[in-house]
Design a protein around this ligand. Sequence first.
Ligand code: NAD
Length: 417
Amino acid sequence: MSRNRTPIEMAQLQFDQALEYCNIDPNIAVIMRNPKRELTVSLPIKMDDGSTRVFTGYRVQHSMACGPAKGGIRFHPGVTLDEVRALAMWMTWKCSVMDLPFGGGKGGVICNPKELSLGELERLSRRYAVEIAPLIGPLTDIPAPDVNTTPQIMDWISDTLSMLEGAKTVWPYITGKPTELGGSLGRDEATGRGVMITAMAALAARGVPTEGARVVVQGYGNAGSVSAYLLEEQGARIIAMSDSQGAIYHPHGLPVRDVMSYKQRTGPIVGYPTSKPISEAQLLALPCEVLIPAALENTITSENADDIQAQVVAEAANGPAIPEADAILEKKKISVIPDILCNAGGVTVSYLEWVQDMQGYWWERTEVNNRMAEIMTKSFAQVMTISQERKISLRLVAYVKAMMRVAKAIKVRGVFP
Ligand code: NAD
């Protein structure tokens, strides 16, 4: 038991556990266990007060066996190289389990964007883009948004990469862009939509209707809020939600879009009229049909996993449950939809954005949503069927499926030279 295990140790432990169920040559497994390439960059930025501050950024490519590296960029004070390594590894499995033609990568900058002016944030984004540019390209590594990075930041990065190429249009270099600049319709809601699709499928597998289901959402950013309103549209009741400043509860359900506009006006969600403030621990322990951790890693631990009373845990966040917590949830017969499957809607629509950019032809929102739903539903069904047949967890099946595909790609490519 260790809440102090670093994210990469956790990712490698999950890898090792799944490896026992895979028939993978140890000479190939050793390649898959570690990142392929890591870059640390120093980012000197002129601040508005005239001083120069040096930020640190990273880009890690875990695997490019199945295609170009794919993965978001995180702007957060807690970013570490170890965290970026783990997130890159999870991206490899996520792209693989969804059968996308991508490997895994991730980027991060240690900063608190909330403390930066718009100008400082733009200079930081553009400088980071220049420093990681040697690794980026539509056939090598395609970044996307993650925590605290917006379509506007993707656009600054895309525009900077374009300038480096002599002002050529470089749309397929990055996804999650604004729709005016080569972005795809549906990307804004994609992660939440995938969470909604997989959560409903997991409820259906347990014979529980979505209509009237109680849903609890931890983390009220892009992934959490969109999952919440899409599930609400399907008839679920969102009885509790939280952001980094606190949690709120209402037994009859909170009107999601109204809470969103309250948050936009006031900042935190705590204080929303008619809601009762509760602690983070109380939120996680609420009896409900679906719990959606949609904040950061390591929020479900061996200390609080036993308190969870959900039937389904839908991992919108990456790495929210440590492996010991996972074992407790499994013992409690809770269906845990693993992050690499549950939140893969985002990368799936990123893939569709890349396809549209490469062909220079854009689809209607319904077409994007339908294609994404088809890919998500198919992958979820494959994983669920094997999980039910073999009586092993959805996470284990998803990892085994993902790892076997990567191992096969490495095997057929051969080890260069
Ligand atoms: P975001 O920045 O939009 O939102 C994060 C939210 O979490 C914010 O509301 C913040 O207040 C809240 N938060 C932070 N710490 C918290 C805590 N201790 N308790 C409760 N809330 C807390 O980020 P996002 O894009 O929604 O990403 C959230 C998670 O989903 C991350 O793990 C990310 O890697 C994962 N994810 C996001 C996407 C995507 O497309 N946005 C795709 C796949 C995975």
